[in-house]
Design a protein around this ligand. Sequence first.
Ligand code: FAD
Length: 404
Amino acid sequence: MPSVPHPATDEHPAIVLGGGIGGLAAALALHRRGIPVAVHERAASLEPVGAGLALAPNALRALDVLGVGARLRALAVRHPAVGLRRPSGRWLARTDTEAVQRHFGDPVLAVARAELVAALLAALPPGTVRTDSPATLVDAGDAQAPALVDTPDGRREASLVVAADGIRSATRAQLFPDHPGPRYSGFTTWRTVIDNPERPPAAVGEVWGRGALAGIVPLAAGRVYVYAAALAPAGEHAADGDEHAELLRRYGSWCAPLPELLRATDATRVLRNDVWALTDPLSAFHRGRVALLGDAAHAMSPFQGQGACQAIEDAVVLAAELPSPLPESGPFAALRAYSAARLPRASRIVAGSHTISRLVAVRSRPGVLLRDGALAFAGRLPDRVLLDRSAPTYAWQPPVPAAQ
Ligand SMILES: Cc1cc2nc3c(=O)[nH]c(=O)nc-3n(C[C@H](O)[C@H](O)[C@H](O)COP(=O)(O)OP(=O)(O)OC[C@H]3O[C@@H](n4cnc5c(N)ncnc54)[C@H](O)[C@@H]3O)c2cc1C
């Protein structure tokens, strides 16, 4: 995606730091509340890092508030055989995707990250996002003074700063210096998209092995998103730097269609990332006139597929709490309400993702037998029981915005 020129204006009472999914969703949510906003992204382009993304019904409801839900739902792909298998191919549980749709109004939708970024960007006024623009919070502001942000164009004043600067958020470290920061989850991940597989995958979903899993997710236009996670020391890479060969080495003997898909993968499109998470919750998601949002506030391991979903929820809740126009004296009541609404929910989902990561981490044969037995048992429970377990996350409803 090209770098977008920025309008030569200082009239942005709100500044967003970071143009990832969280930052773009926040900018769009503020814009739709009538709050002029500028996004500073330090990367040279918004070319999204990452491959596919699961958007659960809770995120789709939030995306509806942002006016982009329908565009993303048009990318939905249905598959007859979805579920959880062992590396041998034996099914542990099948997922009734229609039941999720019936119960929550939407399926868990898989999209390419680029599609989500493009949808958010297209809904923003041109020039909202400035790339190649690292920005630093200088002062969080208070009731007497605005927040101050240094940008490549000089120092900017803001009634509100949204720090969506990701898991390594410098803003979080600045505002919460006593917080221990992210901890390594024990897992590394690989992600890739195969554009033209020889044949569509006959079975999709996840495969759980010993301390490792792999996932196969069909995307629109016949593409297939493949991801994998395995226990590994932080910072480890394939010995010869060839992560494609590493994927084949680790997963090449797992059940079909994984080996075939991995062989068809373009080696240059394999991403490897270690998983870190903010397992120690922050004491608040705001300080002064600054709201922390997305991974900056609550980075979680990806095993529930909720990190970006929660960032999008954050954006919608923050904007709903804010008065428009932003008061010069600072939107402090709104920021307190934002923390109060988001912190318990996001922390619970961070903890839930961590619990799932512990299940994936099981390596011993007896442990795996026990775990898989429990998963198979759960898979035989009535849909209702499993859907009820997802309800606290999936049934979330966006708030009604404060009166203007
Ligand atoms: C393997 C894997 C699979 C995942 N799968 C899913 C899934 O299926 N569903 C889901 O919901 N979530 C998923 N997630 C989580 C999801 O990717 C993240 O939660 C989400 O992308 C976080 O978005 P963000 O905008 O908060 O942070 P980021 O995407 O990290 O964006 C932060 C941005 O801030 C910029 N930045 C940083 N510092 C500055 C600065 N000083 N000035 C300007 N810009 C700055 C960075 O360049 C970056 O672009 C997955 C994560 C992983 C690792």
